[in-house]
Design a protein around this ligand. Structure first.
Ligand code: AMP
Length: 374
């Protein structure tokens, strides 16, 4: 059988795990990334975005395309689409790259979001503060990630400072501050025949703006799971989406509010490699290759812990009962995601115990033990 080749924009850990899932299906992957020494490089040829011929060669290298990098330039996608197909659709990528378009789409599909205003001058910022009231979260419309490009405006005296910090970005969004009790995400996949499957909600905990760990299924989430499923299904069907989509949500007393969508596999879905019948990575490549989707059922409740900045000792992690270690072959740097660990405890006692042990061996254990109330 001739292997189908999937070309992936980006070559980070998400591409690496996609390619790991593609391998047993005889699907090859190629990548488009600045550095040919990226985490995906061991799994397929990397075409460098620094090379003037790189994009053309990448387009020639595969049958069908996808992405793991949300800020994939739309101009590159346009060139690709002259001859080949990409999943998810260009429109989903374009919308996800701009917070204003994203929130506008959520509104149009009756998916609740915090009230927001477009801001492009000091005057429109002042007007947004008057109309929305304080506090507000001011964000750059494009390019922000992991909480970067944001300013929480609590007092009117901060308006000038906020504008000085973020104003140069030109296009901003001011959102009412959402009083949430928890942050959750739902991940879903839509196949080429329109089939939709969702994984359970993940409860996500952040540390310094970066995902620290996720608990799956999110505790006490049965009540709002169908709501989240409904919201993400509306998005998938409206966008005629193929592949994996993630929707990040705030849990509030008034119900769920959408924060943002990611048109790709997501860090809060890494648990599914071991914790679900079919992982987000496998279902994504199945969808992209036009294959039937696999079951998203949970095999075992899981906790996924990110390894950030510094590696723990491999032998310490593997000594934990049932721990699965995934390293991304990246060098250490503050705030960088280097790998993750999936724990699959049989009950809450074992979970507390494993987290306590893990906290001792992780370089930055505080968030984990604090959030787990250990
Ligand atoms: P984002 O880059 O939009 O994912 O935001 C990063 C983090 O900032 C989120 O995970 C929330 O913890 C917080 N945040 C973002 N938007 C809001 C908001 N409107 N109200 C309260 N917190 C927010």
């Amino acid at each position: 059988m001739k292997n189908k080749t999937i070309g992936i924009f980006g070559g980070g850990q998400l591409g690496r795990m996609m390619a790991q899932a593609a391998l047993p299906l005889n699907l090859d992957c190629t990548f488009f990334e600045a550095s040919t020494d990226c985490p995906s490089a061991v799994l397929g040829q990397v075409f460098s975005s620094q090379d003037p011929q790189g994009l053309e060669q990448f387009i020639a290298s595969a049958d069908v395309f996808s992405l793991e990098f949300e800020n994939t330039p739309l101009a590159d996608v346009d060139l690709l689409m002259q001859s080949k197909a990409i999943h998810p659709p260009r429109q989903a990528l374009a919308i996800a790259q701009n917070r204003l378009s994203e929130k506008t789409l959520f509104n149009a599909l009756a998916i609740p979001v915090a009230p927001f205003r477009a801001v492009d001058s000091l005057e429109t910022l002042k007007q947004a503060v008057t109309e929305l009231g304080l506090p507000i979260v001011l964000k750059t419309a494009t390019g922000g990630y992991d909480g970067k490009g944001q300013f929480v405006l609590r007092e009117a005296e901060q308006i000038d400072q906020a504008w000085q910090e973020l104003g140069p970005a030109k296009s901003l969004i001011a959102e009412s501050f959402v009083k949430f009790s928890r942050e959750v995400s739902i991940i879903a996949v839509r196949g080429q025949n329109g089939d939709v499957k969702t994984w359970p909600l993940a409860e996500n905990h952040h540390h310094h703006g970066i995902l620290s760990h996720s608990i799956i299924p999110a505790p006490n989430s049965a009540e709002f799971l169908p709501v989240a499923q409904d919201y993400i299904t509306r998005l998938l069907n409206h966008l005629n989406y193929i592949g994996v989509l993630t929707l990040e949500l705030f849990v509030t007393e008034q119900g769920l509010y959408a924060n943002e969508m990611a048109p790709r596999v997501h860090n809060s879905g890494h648990w599914s490699i071991e914790g679900a019948v079919c992982s987000q990575f496998e279902n994504h490549v199945r969808a992209v290759a036009g294959l039937p989707l696999g079951s998203t059922e949970v095999v075992r409740p899981s906790v996924m812990v990110n390894i950030i900045g510094q590696h723990p000792k491999t032998e310490d992690v593997l000594a934990l009962n049932g721990a699965h270690l995934h390293l991304y072959n990246k060098t250490e740097r503050a705030g960088r995601k280097l790998g993750h660990i999936t724990l699959m405890p049989v009950n809450s006692d074992e979970l507390s115990n494993l987290c306590r042990q893990l906290a001792k061996i992780l370089p930055e254990p505080l968030a984990l033990t604090q959030d787990m109330n250990i």
